[in-house]
Write a protein that binds this ligand. Structure first.
Ligand code: CA
Length: 432
């Protein structure tokens, strides 16, 4: 699955500015690309007309005419941006692969070195905003490999191209307006505002809206420069996480061990219980001790099903998901932060498993729907509704109801589907 940054849209959604589909990430889209959009690139005339409209909108929004004209007159359509936006994932990524690609020994070591190097600043930010050093370094590592890759696309070109594309026009129009306000504020201009294809910028990959609202000038040069100033970048990230509701002195969550008789219908972020209740249900830490009897809201999640690692996750996990709406991402941040802070690898390694093709997931969805389990539209995306439907079937069949489509579950499902189909009355298509 690809990831592209739409930082802050969580807040915009909360404030009612934007309505994103539930599957679309707030900070980043693990974007299941919507079907049916016209893949045809627009021609130059249509693009020029669109730019005129955007200029009118920017002027209406009180952005200085000199800025609007100087910046928008030179924007260009970038076909590659639409290509990247349309890129369909062929497979559903496994947690094993996702985590392995993002949290490895090299990155952990580098993170530890950098944490030491920037410790004074990071500690000061912990006092000020409540975010411990290892998390800020973990975000930095995941977003740009510690500043090694900031993105080289022209942000105004990218955002204008996406704003002129019907798929998410309004979202990117709003980001473009914010980018123009950044120009107005002297942060950068058409030539220097560089970032990802979707417009995320600097060491922490802030979208323009996040940049405008949360970027902080920490080094005192009167400019929040998220590309070149690490004090500015770290401080801005700490400020952003603080505003997303980071709970001081709390962890993101931790790996746990579940008892053999654990009811996997309780796994998932939609079930929240005080840690004390999880303790009663036999949840233990990786050392084998029962989790503490605290009145702390927690969910249990099993990203690779019941054969993989289990985690309890707290409020700060949701905060990380406000930065990037993906459980895998939030687990990667939490785990990388722990590793940088000295922890070892996970006690239970995520099983490798097969990557699921989109077609396979579609088949599962059709099968569940045909048999009366509500798996939602057969879009090939293994989302909450499909998971719930699979769980229901697993439970009825006496399988472990973890809602996880492992190779084993897939085989069982195929056998079950054949039996189910045979048991149905023959469909002759004739009226009796
Ligand atoms: Ca600065």
């Amino acid at each position: 699955m690809k990831s592209c940054d739409y930082k802050l849209s969580a807040l915009l959604v909360l404030s009612g500015v934007l309505a994103l589909p539930a599957t679309t990430s707030a900070a980043q889209a693990e974007a299941p690309v919507q079907q049916g959009a016209d893949p045809q690139a627009i021609d130059q005339t249509a693009f020029d007309q669109c730019v005129q409209k955007l200029k009118a909108r920017a002027l209406q929004e009180q952005i200085a005419p000199a800025v609007v004209n100087s910046q928008m007159d030179s924007v260009q359509y970038v076909a590659r941006v639409i290509e990247l936006d349309r890129r369909q994932p062929e497979f559903t990524e496994t947690f094993h692969n996702y985590l392995g690609q993002r949290v490895n020994e090299h990155r952990v070591q580098k993170g530890r070195t950098l944490l030491k190097q920037h410790y004074d600043l990071l500690l000061q930010l912990t006092h000020q905003y409540g975010i411990p050093p290892q998390y800020l370094v973990a975000f930095w590592g995941l977003e740009t490999n510690f500043g090694a890759y900031l993105g080289k696309m022209n942000v105004l070109d990218s955002l204008t191209t996406l704003a002129c594309d019907p798929r998410r026009s309004e979202f990117f129009t709003l980001e473009l307006l914010e980018a123009l306000r950044l120009v107005e504020a002297g942060v950068a201009d058409h030539g220097t505002m560089l970032g990802s294809w979707a417009g995320a910028m600097g060491n922490m990959q802030f979208m323009p809206s996040a940049y405008r609202r949360f970027a902080v000038d920490a080094d005192g040069d009167d400019k929040a420069d998220l590309w070149n100033s690490l004090p500015d970048a770290f401080t801005s990230a700490a400020h952003f996480l603080n505003q997303l509701g980071w709970q001081r002195n709390l962890r993101w969550g931790r790996e746990v061990l579940l008892p053999d008789d654990f009811d996997y219908a309780l796994a998932g972020r939609d079930v929240r219980k005080p840690l004390a209740q999880w303790r009663q249900l036999g949840v233990r830490d990786v050392a084998g001790n029962r989790v503490p009897a605290l009145d702390l809201a927690a969910s249990v999640i099993v990203p690779s099903g019941h054969n993989g690692p289990a985690f309890v996750v707290y409020e700060n996990f949701e905060v990380i998901m406000g930065w990037n709406r993906s459980e895998f991402y939030a687990l990667a941040v939490g785990h990388l932060a722990d590793r940088i802070n000295g922890a070892g690898e996970l006690k239970v390694s995520p099983p490798e498993g097969e990557r699921l093709s989109i077609e396979t997931v579609q088949w599962v969805q059709q099968t569940l729907n045909t048999a009366g389990y509500d798996a939602g539209p057969a879009d090939g995306i293994f989302g909450t509704r499909t998971k719930r439907a699979l769980r229901k079937l697993q439970k009825e069949q006496g399988w472990v109801a973890d809602g996880y489509l492992s190779d084993d579950v897939l085989q069982r499902l195929r056998a079950w589907q054949r039996e189910w189909a045979q048991a149905q009355p023959a469909q002759t298509g004739e009226t009796p």
